[in-house]
Structure formats: C-alpha cells, structure tokens
Ligand binder design. Structure first.
Ligand SMILES: NC(=O)c1ccc[n+]([C@@H]2O[C@H](COP(=O)([O-])OP(=O)(O)OC[C@H]3O[C@@H](n4cnc5c(N)ncnc54)[C@H](OP(=O)(O)O)[C@@H]3O)[C@@H](O)[C@H]2O)c1
Length: 278
C-alpha cells in the first residue's frame, strides 16, 4: 500500500512513519517545510505526484491554549486545509485518514462517548478540529479517527511535564483529579491507524488505550514507573485555570474500532513502561 503522511515531524506522524517503514511499506512522509497543507496548489501537487492509496493527515495546530487567541489560524490548519486534502485525495482515488480529538465533546456525559454522540466543543481548538471532521467528509473514502491524551517520544506530553516537575524537586505534585479520559501511547495509535487503513471502515472511529483514568491516576502511574519518591496530591480543575476549557469527561468508546479490527486497544500502562524504559 502506498502512504502519504502530512505533518511528518509531529509526534503521531513520526511513530506512524517508523511503524510503516519497519513493515517495508511505501511511505512519502512530508513535514510542514515539505508541504504546508494550507496551500491548495502544494497539496494538489504533492498528492498528485505521490499518487498514494492512503493519506494520513497528522498535520495540525495542536497548541490548545494558544488557539483561544489564534482561532482563525487554528481553523485554517485544522479546518479549511482538510477540505483541500479531501479534494486532492478524491482526485487521486485515495482514502483520507484524518486525526481528531476527544475535545470535540463537552464532557457532560458520564459514560463513554460513542462515535455518533453530539459534538459540542468547549474550546477554540475543539471547534477547529470539528471543522476538520466536517471537511474530511468531502473525501469520498475517509475515516475520522478521534484519539485522546497522547504521549510519545516525539512531542511535548504529560509524562514529560511530570518528569520535569520531579527533576525540579517539586513535592508534592498537584494534579487534577476531576478530568477523566484515556491516555494513549502514540506507537499504539500508529498500529491502530495501520489496522484501520487495511479495513473497509469509513466514517468516524475512536481509538484510545485502556483503561480510563484521571490525570491524577496517570501522574501516580508515572511516579510509580520512574521510582521517584514524590507524593501526588489530587486537586480540582478550578485550582488550575487555563485559557482553554477542557472537557471534564472525555472517555472515548472504542467499541466500533474493536468491531472493525477485531482487536482490543492496548494498555497505556504498558505503553508508559515502554516509553520510560526503552
Ligand atoms: N496531542 C494530543 O494529546 C492529541 C489528542 C487527540 C488528538 N490529537 C490529534 O492528533 C493529531 C496529531 O497530533 P500530534 O500530537 O502528533 O501533533 P504535533 O506533534 O503537534 O504534530 C503536528 C504537526 O503538524 C505540523 N503542522 C502545523 N501546521 C502545519 C501546516 N500548515 N502544514 C503542514 N504541517 C503543519 C506541525 O509542525 P510545527 O510544529 O512546525 O507547527 C507538527 O509537526 C492532530 O490532529 C491532533 O489534533 C492530538
């Protein structure tokens, strides 16, 4: 299968590119300097030249808090550019796999979000990602793959934030205990993307590692895995105000992914162990 990956220098894209290359797949991996996805001409040219069977859009504006004051820029990359990709993908007869987020939900549910649950983003970033979901549907063959709470070797993430605090000698660590989600190790997400690309699935899918937890639970696991002698104290979101509002509950149901691929999601705890010890 021939693949084209956008945003190739990013966290998910780097692991996807590695997983595909290890399998001997034919991959064209284009970073922002190779292909700015907001340029219609360059998108048409890159996809037209490569003639991929699958385009995985990993390019995105991912600075959640900064999006609050830069919504137009976030919309251009996360929204309008996806329509350009969809048009080029249709011309090439390819399939578009577009990555999206749990932040399209408002977090008022108390049981896992299903693929067809109503979206109601609370932040500019979430709104921009929702625009991208709608735009990706312009591709005749497309998958919107939502994931959550990503950590991996090639980007800033929560595990590194906690390790930085430990290295600075912060004790106790104060971590929010009133937001629930599913942390996801990016090499696991890369495997999920490959499985989905090889399936007949169209439309929305959720992939996230198991099980659900709070940021406090996640921080405790990180401290345990690193062997640091630091106390982790639960605090509320209200004690840690940030520019963008996060959903209090954004547990994604992966039921459709499991049905389509026949595979259960991997464990974030195992991913964390690999991340810290490999
Ligand atoms: N991180 C999470 O916790 C999380 C959770 C759920 C879903 N997601 C989604 O997963 C996807 C991948 O996320 P990630 O964490 O791997 O993001 P990332 O590490 O920030 O990678 C995104 C890449 O896109 C590039 N980019 C930005 N603007 C571009 C443009 N106009 N044209 C081409 N490339 C551009 C960025 O380059 P620069 O850095 O140079 O701008 C960066 O290399 C995104 O769709 C994100 O919304 C992320």
């Amino acid at each position: 299968m021939k693949w084209l990956i956008t945003g190739a220098a990013g966290m998910v894209a780097t692991d996807l590119n590695r997983a595909l290359t290890e399998r001997g797949e034919d991959v064209v991996a284009l970073s922002k300097s190779d292909l700015d996805i907001t340029s219609s001409r360059r998108v048409q040219q890159a996809i037209g030249d490569a003639q991929p069977e699958v385009v995985v859009n990993c390019a995105a504006w991912t600075r959640v808090d900064d999006a609050e004051t830069n919504e137009a820029s976030a919309n251009a990359i996360n929204g309008s550019a996806v329509e350009l990709l969809a048009t080029a993908v249709n011309r090439a007869g390819a399939k578009l796999i577009h990555l999206s987020t749990d932040f399209v939900f408002d977090g008022t549910k108390r049981e896992p979000y299903e693929i067809n649950d109503p979206t109601a983003p609370l932040s500019a970033y979430g709104r921009s990602k929702l625009l991208g979901e709608i735009a990706s549907a312009h591709a005749e063959r497309h998958v919107v793959l939502r994931s959550s709470w990503l950590f991996g070797h090639n980007g800033p993430n929560f595990v590194e934030a906690i390790r930085r605090q430990i290295a600075k000698g912060t004790n106790p660590l104060r971590v929010v205990d009133d937001q629930r989600g599913r942390p996801t190790y990016t090499p696991h997400l890369a495997e999920a993307i490959i499985r989905i690309a090889h399936s007949d699935a169209n439309g929305i899918l959720h992939y996230a590692d198991e099980p659900e937890c709070t940021w406090f639970d996640f921080a405790r696991a990180i401290v345990e895995e690193t062997g640091a002698s630091v106390t982790v104290k639960p605090v509320t979101t209200a004690e840690f105000p940030r520019p963008a509002i996060r959903p209090a509950y954004s547990v994604l149901s992966t039921e459709r992914y499991e049905r389509v691929t026949g595979v259960r999601p991997a464990s974030w705890r195992e991913g964390l162990h690999e991340y810290l010890h490999s």
